[in-house]
Design a protein around this ligand. Structure first.
Ligand SMILES: Cc1cc2nc3c(=O)[nH]c(=O)nc-3n(C[C@H](O)[C@H](O)[C@H](O)COP(=O)(O)O)c2cc1C
Length: 245
């Protein structure tokens, strides 16, 4: 494996940061290089809001389900899928944006995720660490009010970045044979492989928590997905103009 692959394989989410500040020029270099992420039709349908105001970070930490690292991290970014700018581009050319399609929603959301993951990797390449914060979708309207996020824009997730104080060992991922299929979507042998992966994850948690936690992966998934996740999202997205027709 080359250095890029080794870096990708060393990723772990970081939730504890030192007080060391991140150089502004370095942050801009990370973001500017990450803007070269592929983007559907070159629409670049995202905006990143960097939160400098400490009171806002405190509120965001609470609104994200009381995640203290949102307040404590040196850099907090809110990633928004953004059709507002595209609307302007259309108006400049005397056209009206067809913003209400499911396809446009997917494009903007995927663009946002691609640039964010570039930022995470670029940050890790210079010794920073971070964690995504999907918790900002717990209270998306409050977040829009706080950050004055306009119509046709929605906050997809946040990201904490900083110099790691504590890093965990990497979390084992699913075996390649489960996530990579050839020619057809065959599920032969999936259950046995899932059981093996359950054992692996269970051992990982036992070691990481001194035997206090031994959940399997499938148990975690079942507990998580038996509840409807963020049922407010559909109405919220529609209210922001993402009608998904
Ligand atoms: C879109 C997205 C949202 C996430 N939201 C949160 C979050 O709100 N809080 C948190 O602590 N971790 C969050 N995570 C981090 C995941 O829990 C983490 O990536 C996953 O457990 C794998 O662990 P690892 O990143 O350490 O390998 C999020 C990750 C993604 C991709």
């Amino acid at each position: 494996m080359n250095k890029v692959m080794e870096l990708l394989k060393s990723h772990t989410s970081v939730r504890k940061f030192t007080d060391k500040l991140v150089d502004e020029k370095l942050l801009h270099q990370i973001i500017q290089s990450s803007q070269y992420a592929s983007t559907s039709n070159h629409i670049q349908a995202y905006t990143i809001i960097r939160i400098k105001d400490q009171d806002k970070k405190k509120t965001l930490a609470q609104l994200s389900g009381n995640q203290p690292y949102v307040e404590d991290c040196p850099i907090f970014l809110v990633f928004c899928a953004d059709l507002n700018r595209l609307e302007k581009a259309c108006t400049m050319n005397n056209e009206t944006i067809e913003s209400n399609s499911t396809e446009v929603f997917i494009m903007a959301t995927v663009d946002t995720a691609l640039v964010a993951q570039n930022i995470m990797v670029a940050a890790e390449s210079v010794g920073l660490g971070g964690v995504y914060i999907g918790g900002i979708r717990n209270n998306p309207q409050d977040i829009c009010d706080l950050l004055q996020i306009p119509h046709h824009v929605y906050p997809v997730f946040g990201m904490c970045l900083g110099y790691p104080e504590k890093t965990n060992g990497t979390k084992p991922r699913l075996p390649l044979s489960l996530v990579l299929k050839e020619d057809t979507y065959s599920t032969d042998g999936d259950e046995e492989q899932l059981k093996e992966y359950d054992d692996l994850i269970s051992d990982y948690y036992k070691e990481r928590t001194n035997n206090k936690r031994s959940n399997t992966w499938s148990e975690g998934i079942a507990t998580f997905l038996k509840a409807k996740q963020r049922p407010h999202m559909k109405a919220f997205l529609q209210s922001k103009g993402f009608e998904m027709k």
